[in-house]
Write a new protein. Sequence first.
Length: 147
Amino acid sequence: MSEQLYNDRILEAAKALVPDDRLANPQASVQVTSPLCGSRIRVDLTLDEVGRVKAYGQEVRACALGQSAAAIFKRHAVGRTRDELVQVRDAMEAMLKQGAPPPEGEWAELELLTPARAHKSRHASILLPFKATVKAYDEAAAKTGGG
């Protein structure tokens, strides 16, 4: 672990978070809580007619790592399909838990969370937006008959 856990890049990303950015009329709203630290997120989601995320909102109560992950996630969520959401969730989990490379392309910014690999107690907080969004997607798709 060569890089400090709460480094300037992570703190800057956390500052970009709007902690209460909910949707007025979501198709789905899902709350996920980390049992280890109590961090939580509520994700509001609306899908378009072809199954892409049309609107994304969130309410975040988490440490700087969870806030950073949520802020980055919010910037890239709209326009994503379920497969893309699952792919980035799985890539983040592999990055944190198995030392896999960070996600690439539009999600490359998530690399800044690699110092958390060595801190297993922080993984659940970082993964909150990824897991909650897939759950919200599934709930919205079930309501609209899509997915």
